[in-house]
Design a protein around this ligand. Sequence first.
Ligand SMILES: [Mg+2]
Length: 259
Amino acid sequence: MEKLILFDFDGVIIDGMDEYWQSSLIACEKYLKSPEIEKGFDINREVSDTFIAIRPWVKYGWEMVLITHEICKKDEPLNNPKRENFIKNYKHNCQAILNRNSWNPYILQRSLDNARNYQIKLDKNAWLKLHRPFGEIKNFIQRLQINGIKIGIITTKGKIFATEILHQLKIYPELIFGYEDGKKVDIISRLIKEFEIQGFIEDRKETLMKLITKKKLKSIPYYLASWGYVKANDLLDIPQEINVLKLKDLKDLKNILAY
Ligand SMILES: [Mg+2]
């Protein structure tokens, strides 16, 4: 079987904080049509500290629009101690906000995708520049490919957006999966029948914790990307199936590949 290494995208290959914020602002201002948000507010405002603090809890892009909506509301800013309470019961709080506004994840995701398409149409290069690649990653991926290992990207972003950004960085993975392709666990379960998976590098610990419980996926080496959007607690109590990876570990392929 051919060898394959899998990567998450946001927080592993790129830091897109400026883009997440800007696209979420545009989604709120232009597409969400929420009565709680003033029309015509400044979409160029600096990235909110609250947004940065909550980002490690985000699983899907639509959650960023929801958080930004709460931050931008006039009457109920998500400042501390509200921020801490929000994080403590993150999933429940997101669901409560969905219910309160009669939203569903699809509506919010569509507003985010619309905001991205709007910026690409307006000035594609400016949009691409909002993403900062992690320096060591590109070189690491190229060396893997030279060694005959295929690269797969599994992201909860739209596939078309991830592909645009990767190609602009001159990274050409053999496989790219976006949110349209389903859950990460299902994608990996399909891939393991076709490939010898040599690793999955992901910055969301919960995702890795779920994967290590799957019997059929036990043979995959799992890596937590410590340079990504990790919470302080994520680096405590790491199960032995998960290896914590630092960017400098990528300098030597042997750190990742068991030859
Ligand atoms: Mg990530």
